[in-house]
Design a protein around this ligand. Structure first.
Ligand code: FES
Ligand SMILES: [Fe+2]
Length: 314
């Protein structure tokens, strides 16, 4: 835990890669949650996340390991492990030791994203992640990706969503947004109605936010055009947090060019807001008992919601 933000690492599904960035037969080492993990895709197409170190004599499978069909083979003495981590072949042994198991992590792919389930005590997944509607269908632009790393903690990012007044004072929105929040087990939803002034009069729109666990969220804007932000957050370590946003735009009046123009302005606005938040996040201290006023957002509710993602002490 960091001294500035004394919060533990949450458990849950964490994005480790985009699906498109991991080809069949590819092996990569990724560093998240303060650890190295091995990420690979079998020749059959299954994405797997494991410990990088071979249970035999500790070789790092990211350096010279090879994928053979559905298995990964260690470069050192050629032990081979299936996608559950079970050792299935030792070319020079008569019997495979019962403990010959490469530690593996539950891995799923949703919305073109590879997620690993991480729980410090090895507890099995407590929820699934949904497939988001629309984003990959016809009539939508290819997603545009944006990655940002800040020195902060995922709970602080979550609190930012419910912190209504900061939108006016940090981001310069004309009013303090009036969002309705609901908390339902691992899902948080927020809704806000919007009114756009257009040459043809007023147009009603909305923002819908849905987060599943502490590290996967979908924000849908409807009104002038339709836009989706599919957002993932993964702690790199106790100090750094990586967010990846996939911006998806429904074709506006069927025109790719017009949509790109609107899309660019939209993305620039999100990046502008992020750059306004970042210096505050990177230097603020987490107050366990903050002094709040009646105009603040539901800070206590989000903290209570977020608590469910912290493991019980072992
Ligand atoms: S260290 Fe991996 S097979 Fe020996
Ligand atoms: Fe913000």
């Amino acid at each position: 835990m960091s001294e500035r933000i004394p919060l533990p690492m949450p458990f849950g599904w964490f994005r480790v890669s985009e699906s498109k960035d991991l080809e069949a037969g590819e092996i990569r080492t990724v560093h998240y949650l303060g650890e190295d993990f091995l990420l690979y895709r079998t020749e059959e197409g299954e994405a797997c996340v494991t410990d990088p170190y071979c249970p035999h004599l500790g070789a790092h499978l990211g350096y010279g390991g090879t994928i053979e069909g559905g298995n990964i083979r260690c470069p050192f003495h050629h032990w081979s492990f299936d996608s559950t981590g079970q050792c299935v072949d030792i070319p020079y042994a008569k019997r495979i030791p019962a403990k010959a198991q490469l530690k593996s992590y539950p891995t799923i792919e949703r919305n073109g994203i590879i997620f690993m389930w991480h729980h410090p005590h090895g507890v099995e997944p407590k929820w699934d992640l949904p497939e988001v509607e629309d984003w990959a269908t016809e009539g939508w632009l290819e997603p545009i990706y944006h990655t940002a790393v800040v020195r902060s903690h995922p709970q602080e990012m979550a609190e930012n969503v419910v912190d209504s007044p900061h939108f006016k004072f940090v981001h310069g929105t004309p009013d303090i947004p009036d969002k309705t929040f609901t908390f339902d087990e691992h899902i948080m939803r927020a809704y806000q109605g919007l009114t756009f002034t257009t040459p043809d009069g007023e147009l009603k729109g909305s923002v819908n936010i849905e987060t599943h666990g502490g590290s996967f969220g979908v924000t849908r804007f409807e009104g002038i055009g339709e836009t989706l932000m599919i957002i993932t957050g993964t702690p790199i370590d106790e100090e750094r947090h990586e967010s990846v946003i996939r911006f998806c735009f429904k074709l506006f009046e069927g025109s790719e060019e017009a949509t790109r123009g609107i899309g660019e302005a939209f993305i620039n606005e999100v990046i502008r807001q992020h750059s306004q938040d970042a210096p505050i996040w990177e230097h603020k201290k987490f107050h366990e008992n903050p002094v709040l006023c009646d105009g603040d957002g539901p800070i206590h509710s989000i903290r209570k919601y977020y608590k469910q993602f912290y493991p019980e002490p072992a």
